[in-house]
Design a protein around this ligand. Sequence first.
Ligand code: NAP
Length: 340
Amino acid sequence: MSAGLDLRPTALITGVSGQDGMYLARHLLSQGWRVVGTVRPGISSIARTAPYLTGVEIVEHDLVDTAGFGELLSRVVPRAVFNLAAFSAVGRSWNEPGLASRTNMVAVVEMLQCLLRHRDKNAQDVRFFQASTAEIFGSDVDGALDEATPHRPRTPYAIAKSAAHHAVISYRERYGLFACNGVLFNHESPFRGQQFVAGKISHAAAAAASGRHLTVSLGDLDVERDWGSAANYVVAMAAVLAHDVPGDYVIGTGTTHTLRDMLRSAFAAVGRDDFEDHVELLPHLWSATQAKALLADPGKARRELGWAATTTFDELIAEMVAIDVERIRTGVAESETYLR
Ligand code: NAP
């Protein structure tokens, strides 16, 4: 392709250094998009994901720099914006509730405002995807949750995400912006950081396979989540913005597993059944603001987008453990070969 004549549509992904940003960037590149991804200046985890981002144009942008987003739109001229950047650690949001609100709520409202100004100034409609979350439903839930389930957020993370979710709907209804929420249930991959429970469990199983004993501290093994694969979920994100009509979609598998299932599956992936020896139960780690079970009803995404999760729970966990085993064997933390 000759310089200056790039006819591909452009997608702007905020938080491209994160788990989902990386998978989405690769998916969109494979679909013929030009992809520009933002990383936080100075403190980004880009070093971790850089090996997987060949072909992505990286720009520095802090989500809380709301003025900077307008300039970014004018410079990049995207057809679609996927807002994946977030203060994403639910538990840690209690320690920094102000930053969680600024990143997960105020920045989103300002982005919508910028999109509106951009549309009015340049007569360009930019489609906008917001990474919403099952955490908006809170702890007092029962049965499968769908787009009509009321929000009862109970953490600073979820309160801000719920407000952003409503802002997206408001800007769509009031101004006709093509703005959509994907209500993402938990999803994992071999690139989930070890600060998240699935990453910890996968790493402990891989360590056990190499003769090292690691203990995972957990509050409750019976907690149930609807765990899916990040690689599947980014396909849903792209489908949401490719649809004729903007809307909100619950993205999940429609099945739950317990943390005990995850431990059993991870250790089974390396031929072991002694997972209980690698767990320390610390009930104080469990908080009443967390739901005991979160189950998605992804029926609307299936009907309207033709999307359904394709990776099973055991396949997902086995893939995570296999790559952690490889990391330990080779001493190479990140390598593009891990994705093949
Ligand atoms: P992740 O791996 O933690 O990625 C989050 C990204 O946001 C990181 O690249 C981080 O960059 C960036 N970020 C944080 N603060 C920023 C700021 N002030 N300015 C710019 N970038 C900033 O999370 P993920 O799992 O990919 O999740 C993607 C999105 O889906 C998030 O919005 C998350 O809340 C949502 N979600 C995820 C799940 C899940 O199970 N994974 C479930 C529901 C919803 P740094 O490298 O600088 O930290």
